[in-house]
Structure formats: structure tokens, C-alpha cells
Design a protein around this ligand. Structure first.
Ligand SMILES: NC(=O)c1ccc[n+]([C@@H]2O[C@H](COP(=O)([O-])OP(=O)(O)OC[C@H]3O[C@@H](n4cnc5c(N)ncnc54)[C@H](OP(=O)(O)O)[C@@H]3O)[C@@H](O)[C@H]2O)c1
Length: 532
């Protein structure tokens, strides 16, 4: 149980956290989220994902007044949308409590599962469903996205751009408003404070000013289509070479405009399609890097490797050299605060009191400095390896007593070069010994050296993927709009939707909640994948 100072208190009778009204403070009551959700009907995509599950759990838990949530899920080869919803979503830890509370029948009365895919026009909804829902959905919440940083360009476009186009069409056809989940990192390579007021249409990170019209989303999509057609002309679609070529093409094009990867480049284009749709009532919610839950549905809940999980596991396993900025903050946010932020934005949109863009981030109010993370992670690794009884004793001693440290990118490159030279030397010696004494004696050592090198290369690639967040960029996302929306709520709303990034005790959160959450929820899954 965490000692975290929180506006929620533990109710031992109900067995759950509840808001401590004294600490939540007073809202201005300019609109009421509870009233906006009362008898409302929402359509949610992305409910099988990390953010989507917590969002759905928060929606059902905090707003029993809701009439209906339509959940759009794609079918898999061997599972219908309905089967996926009941096994992957309802049976998952974030939703178990609400499932037990409402029962399966209660859930069926409130939640309608429809099969759909953002890759298809109108998200693949059947004509009957479209007729059934027309005029009866108040808001579409699009929490679906392809979160991989450097997938083949066409795959990223399919969900993050064309998928958004299909969501827009769907919202228009249903006569619904749209709340779209994007990412703060659409800002790209910039420094300083990133405003929520930057114009979305025509945006690209290297844009000089609002008159700079070099980036046009239609022209850009034509370029992308031509590039994809060129790559796929010679080979079959799933050809490995074609995939690699398109992976490279996406990253190069993103960097050309100043984005850090294909993911943020395509997410930005998705946003641009929304803002230029005449008559569409929308808002765009941009979370920073989403991390383990602070308290809801349970402290430390996490899934997947889209968060900082790989890094947390690597530092826990004893990786020592960390290329992080000393003077900038790392923009992360717990997933339950993301759910709170999205629901606040949805309520504001329903009330017609929304801003166009909401950043959901923490550094503007409560910065988390990366060198502290290295210290927290190092402490945890020291503790873990000091008490380990298994594994190589010498390696455990090294992991327990050699400090994790911050380095510059140049220092890291020099250390890597030295390490690889050393490994080359050992490789050469082992090859020589193999020639002298034969494969049977030396082969196992060579095999283990190869495995070590593979492991090191994987670690290096992971660290490199996170360099834009940890080292290169020094920015703070402004979060005035979500604070303003939260201030407009009623006191009763604020008891359900607690927005309090300023109160996070990062040391306690990182060591006792986030790291333990990753070790509990992610490590066993990762171990299973590695074993198989
Ligand atoms: N995780 C982060 O750190 C982070 C940070 C900022 C913003 N975001 C944004 O938050 C949203 C959710 O992210 P997440 O972390 O929850 O990702 P996630 O765990 O990978 O979940 C992605 C969700 O999108 C769905 N999806 C993807 N392509 C789809 C398609 N063509 N049709 C229908 N559904 C599709 C997935 O469904 P399947 O189960 O069928 O694959 C899944 O439900 C994304 O828009 C992302 O850009 C995430």
C-alpha cells in the first residue's frame, strides 16, 4: 500500500479509494460532467488498448448515470469483437471490479459491442448499425491508434490518418461530436514551452510562422501514396524488404519535417484532417508518455511495452549508462490521470465549453527530472541484486554496487564503441581457441557470447528509440486548458474526476508504484514472449 499523499482516501468498508472532499477543493460549477453524461450515449474505439481499458473502466465506474457505451472492436482471425471484449477487456484487471459490481447482465445492458475497423470506410459499421445509432450517439471518443514509433509508413497511415478520416465520417454520419486522442509529441523537435494554441492545420515542427504554408496534408498524403506505391511495385505487400523500405521511408520523411518518428508524423496528419472538417464539433486530447496508474483502477496497473517499461526493466536489470538531459523534464503522465483528462474534455465538449486542444502532461506543474529517475532506478536495482540468491554471483555484485549514472550521447557512443571493441577481441580469441581445441569445447562459449551481443544490441536500439524523449528534446507542454476545464466543473464532478498532477510525489510514484507495477504486470508477459 502506497504512502502517497493523495486527495483520495481508503475506505476500508467499501474496499476502495474515494475522494477526500476537503482536498479536492471547489469548482466554479459552470457545467456539470455528471449532467452531461446523464442518459448520454458514447461510442468508444480503442477499448482493447492500455488507455482505452482504463478509460472505459473510469467511465463505467465514475458515471453510473450513463445510458450506453458503444464499444468498437475489431475482430481477430479466431475471435469476434464480442468474444474479444468479454475475454480481453472485461476480464482484464482494470475492468474486473466493475464487471463484478454490475454483473455480466448489467454490463450487457450498458455496453454494446460492435465490430469495426478504423481501416474501413465509416469504421466498417454495418448499414443496420449506422441506422440504429444515427442521432443517438452524443460523442465518438477515438482512443484507437497505432502507437509503434517506426512501423512501415503505410501501416501507420492506415490507422493514424486514414483511420481518423473514417472516424470523422462516422461522427458526421451519426451526428455526433468527436473527441480524438492524439499525443503531445506531435509537437516534434522543438524546445521550450509548447502551447496548446499553436495552429494545428498546416503544422510541422520546423514551421517558421503561421504564414509558412509548406506543409499541406493533402499534398503530403499524395506524396506518401506515391512512395508506398513505389516500394510495393516490385514485391508482395508483406515482403520483408518492402516493410523495411517503408519503415525507413516513414522515419526519413518524418525527420524531413522535424517530427521525431513516423508515429508522431502520422498522428499530426490525423489531427489536421479533424481541424479542417467544416461543421465538426471536436476536441483533440494529447497525453504525454502514458505510464502506470497512480490509483485507479489499482496503483501500478500497466500493460504493453508502449510506455517507459522497457527502460524501467533495463535499469532494474543493471544497465548503468543513461543518456538523459540534466536540465529538462521528462513528460510522463499516469494512465488514470489521462482517463480523467479525457473524460473532463468529453464533458466540456458535450457542454460546448471545450478548447480545441488539451495537453495532458505533468511538467508544467510538477516536473520530473530524468537524473532523478536514473537515481530511483539505480536504487531499485541495487536493492534487488543485493538480495538475489540466483544467477551469477559476480554479476549480481556488479549490478548491486556499481552505480547507474547519467551520460551524454557522446559519452555513451564512446562507451559503446569500447564495449564492442572488447567483445570483438573476445570473439577473435574464442575463434582462435575453437580452431585449436575444436567446436565441442569452445562452441558453447561462442554461442553465449553471440546471445550476449544480441541482447546488448537490442538494449542499445531501445535506448536509442527513447533518446528524443530523454535527451534531445527540452520542452514543457502547457496544460492550461485542462486545468481551466477542471476548474469549471462542479464539486460533485471533481470528487469523481480528480485532476491533480501537481500532487504527484515522483519518488514514491516511480519506485513504489510504477516500477513495482511494471515488474508485476509487464515482466511476466515479457518473460513469456522471450521464452516462446
Ligand atoms: N501509450 C502512450 O504512451 C500514449 C501516449 C500519448 C498518446 N497515446 C494515444 O493514446 C491512444 C491509445 O494508446 P494505447 O497506449 O492505449 O495503445 P494500445 O495499447 O496499443 O491500444 C491501441 C488501441 O487501438 C486499437 N486499434 C488500432 N488500430 C485499429 C484499427 N485499425 N481499428 C480499430 N482499432 C484499432 C487497438 O485495437 P486492437 O486490440 O484490435 O489492436 C487498441 O485497442 C492512441 O491514439 C495513442 O496515440 C498513447
Amino acid at each position: 500500500v502506497t504512502t502517497y499523499y493523495s486527495p483520495w482516501r481508503w475506505n476500508p468498508i467499501r474496499g476502495e479509494y474515494e475522494p477526500d472532499v476537503e482536498q479536492v477543493g471547489h469548482g466554479r460549477g459552470e457545467f456539470s460532467a455528471i449532467d452531461q453524461f446523464r442518459n448520454g450515449s458514447l461510442l468508444l474505439s480503442g477499448a482493447t488498448g492500455f488507455v482505452g481499458k482504463v478509460l472505459l473502466a473510469a467511465l463505467l465506474h465514475h458515471f453510473p448515470e450513463l445510458k450506453r457505451v458503444v464499444v468498437l472492436v475489431r475482430r481477430r482471425r479466431f475471435a469476434t469483437a464480442e468474444q474479444r471484449f468479454f475475454s480481453e477487456v472485461l476480464d482484464s484487471p482494470p475492468l474486473r471490479a466493475i464487471r463484478d459490481q454490475l454483473g455480466e447482465d448489467g454490463i450487457r445492458r450498458k455496453v454494446v459491442v460492435v465490430e469495426g475497423d478504423l481501416g474501413e470506410p465509416l469504421c466498417g459499421l454495418t448499414a443496420e448499425r449506422l441506422t440504429e445509432f444515427r442521432g443517438r450517439i452524443d460523442v465518438v471518443i477515438n482512443a484507437a491508434g497505432l502507437v509503434e514509433f517506426d512501423p512501415p509508413l503505410d501501416e501507420s497511415l492506415a490507422t493514424n490518418v486514414y483511420g481518423v478520416r473514417h472516424v470523422i465520417e462516422l461522427a458526421e454520419r451519426l451526428g455526433a461530436k468527436l473527441v480524438h486522442v492524439s499525443t503531445c509529441y506531435v509537437a516534434g523537435k522543438r524546445t521550450g514551452r509548447i502551447s496548446e494554441d499553436l495552429s494545428v492545420a498546416g503544422y510541422y515542427p520546423l514551421r517558421r510562422d503561421a504564414d509558412d504554408d509548406a506543409f499541406d496534408v493533402d499534398a503530403e498524403l499524395r506524396w506518401c501514396e506515391a512512395r508506398v506505391a513505389r516500394a510495393t511495385a516490385g514485391g508482395t505487400r508483406r515482403d520483408r524488404r518492402v516493410r523495411e523500405e517503408l519503415r525507413e521511408a516513414g522515419m526519413t520523411r518524418a525527420e524531413h519535417w522535424g517530427w521525431i518518428n513516423t508515429y508522431t508524423y502520422t498522428k499530426s496528419m490525423g489531427e489536421q484532417l479533424i481541424t479542417r472538417t467544416p461543421g465538426l464539433e471536436y476536441c483533440i486530447v494529447r497525453p504525454a508518455i502514458v505510464e502506470s496508474a497512480l490509483r485507479f483502477p489499482l496503483p501500478g496497473w500497466n500493460e504493453g511495452l508502449t510506455t517507459s517499461a522497457p527502460l524501467v526493466l533495463m535499469i532494474g536489470d543493471g544497465l548503468k549508462n543513461w543518456p538523459v538531459r540534466k536540465d529538462g523534464a521528462l513528460e510522463v503522465i499516469p494512465v488514470d490521470l489521462v482517463a480523467t483528462g479525457i473524460l473532463t474534455a468529453v464533458a466540456a465538449t458535450l457542454a460546448g465549453r471545450n478548447a480545441p486542444v488539451y495537453h495532458l502532461a505533468t511538467a508544467a506543474e510538477n516536473p520530473l527530472l530524468p537524473p532523478r529517475l536514473v537515481a530511483f532506478g539505480g536504487m531499485r536495482a541495487r536493492f534487488k541484486h543485493k538480495h538475489r540468491r540466483d544467477g551469477n554471483k559476480l554479476a549480481n555484485l556488479w549490478r548491486a554496487y556499481v552505480e547507474a549514472r547519467t551520460v551524454t550521447v557522446e559519452q555513451l557512443a564512446a562507451r559503446r564503441a569500447r564495449l564492442h571493441r572488447g567483445l570483438d577481441l573476445i570473439h577473435a580469441v574464442l575463434n582462435l581457441l575453437k580452431a585449436l581445441f575444436g567446436h565441442r569445447l569452445v562452441g558453447p562459449y561462442l554461442k553465449s557470447l553471440r546471445a550476449t551481443r544480441r541482447h546488448i544490441r537490442q538494449q542499445e536500439q531501445t535506448v536509442d528509440k527513447f533518446l528524443p524523449f530523454m535527451f534531445h528534446n527540452d520542452f514543457v507542454f502547457e496544460t492550461r486548458n485542462i486545468r481551466a476545464a477542471w476548474d469549471m466543473l462542479t464539486d460533485a464532478d471533481r470528487e469523481r474526476l480528480v485532476w491533480d498532477p501537481e500532487r504527484i510525489d515522483w519518488a514514491d510514484y516511480w519506485v513504489n508504484i510504477h516500477t513495482k507495477g511494471i515488474e508485476r504486470w509487464i515482466r511476466p508477459r515479457q518473460a513469456k514472449v522471450e521464452d516462446s
